[in-house]
Design a protein around this ligand. Sequence first.
Ligand code: 5GP
Length: 118
Amino acid sequence: MTYDKNNIFAKILRGEIPCKKIYESKYVLAFYDINPQKKIHALVIPKGEYIDLEHFNQNASDVEIIEFSKGISEVAKKLKISGNGYRVLSNIGIDGGQEVPHLHYHVFGGEKIGKMVS
Ligand code: 5GP
């Protein structure tokens, strides 16, 4: 599978589509999900062209991997959800239910998130 440069998150990264930004670094962008499933629903994406977590882990540099992981904590801190806790989730591929083919972590918080899988 090759990376689709026209996926919606690639367009957000290029500034062609707006987003409500939460956090940005050299390697990471985080913004609010357009269709929030919980009180707080953020998306954290690497700036590099990676389809999913498998593609990322196989191809990203160590610094990208470290910064992406740290980006989640930065987002939790910015959203003030670190204390009470939150959930991080990444859908991968067809069985994982991934809709946008650019790696992203969902960050849910601001309330009890409930059942792990439905
Ligand atoms: P997936 O199902 O791929 O794990 O999640 C994709 C997520 O991207 C969904 O939660 C969906 O609401 C969100 N999304 C889709 N299009 C846009 C958009 O244009 N802007 C933002 N902020 N989120 C989007």
